[in-house]
Design a protein around this ligand. Structure first.
Ligand SMILES: Cc1cc2nc3c(=O)[nH]c(=O)nc-3n(C[C@H](O)[C@H](O)[C@H](O)COP(=O)(O)O)c2cc1C
Length: 180
């Protein structure tokens, strides 16, 4: 019942927007939108991150106090990459090395075909954004704190993780517990 109400409100919203778009500019009035529905809906435990041309070039590395791992989505496992605590290399800000979890989004540009570098940077940035947003949504639902970060010492972390030259660090994302 909740889901059909949600669908109905979306249809009403889309119809309202269509009618507004058809009106001449001088007739435009402010549009009161329905209140956002903040409860109900389906769980988000499903694939919700597209990638440009389905290249799936973004690898997620997981950096904790114990070690760094590569997330293997198909195998549903973490593959060890480097032993030891690399959190201080996962970001330039002080709190990064204290957080229990840092995710590092790394584009394997070798999977992206022969396009130009500008397109590859755009696509890998966008594809990372979708993944990172999913992490934001999950953290919000679980009461965790998270912040996505560009401030990473990329050469140092690339070296520590043993990356190939075609592997580019795009962003990192810290996950932790909210301060009381
Ligand atoms: C592409 C991108 C890069 C970011 N880089 C950093 C960063 O290096 N360090 C940081 O503390 N926050 C970083 N942020 C987080 C933003 O500063 C933050 O989302 C914004 O200030 C709003 O704060 P809020 O998310 O707590 O509402 C970044 C956000 C984005 C989208």
């Amino acid at each position: 019942m909740r889901i059909s109400l949600r669908r109905l409100s979306i249809v009403i919203l889309l119809w309202t927007l269509c009618l507004v778009c058809l009106a001449p500019a001088q007739d435009l009035q402010p549009v009161q939108l329905p209140k956002p529905q903040t409860d109900g809906g389906k769980p988000l435990m499903q694939v919700t991150a597209p990638s440009a041309m389905n290249r799936q070039e973004i690898d997620v590395y997981v950096v904790t106090a114990k070690a760094a791992w590569l997330y293997d989505a198909k195998g549903e496992m973490l593959k060890p990459v480097a032993a030891g605590d690399l959190r201080a290399l996962a970001g330039t800000q002080e709190w990064v090395k204290e957080a229990p979890l840092n995710l590092v989004y790394i584009a394997d540009t070798a999977k992206m075909g022969g396009g130009d570098e500008e397109s590859k940077a755009l696509y890998s940035g966008a594809d990372t954004g979708f993944i990172s947003q999913n992490v934001y949504l999950y953290c919000a639902s679980e009461g965790l704190a998270t912040v996505v970060r560009a401030s990473v010492d990329k050469p140092a972390l690339s070296k520590a993780l043993g990356l190939r030259p075609e592997q580019k660090i795009i962003l990192a994302q810290t996950v932790g517990y909210p301060k009381d």
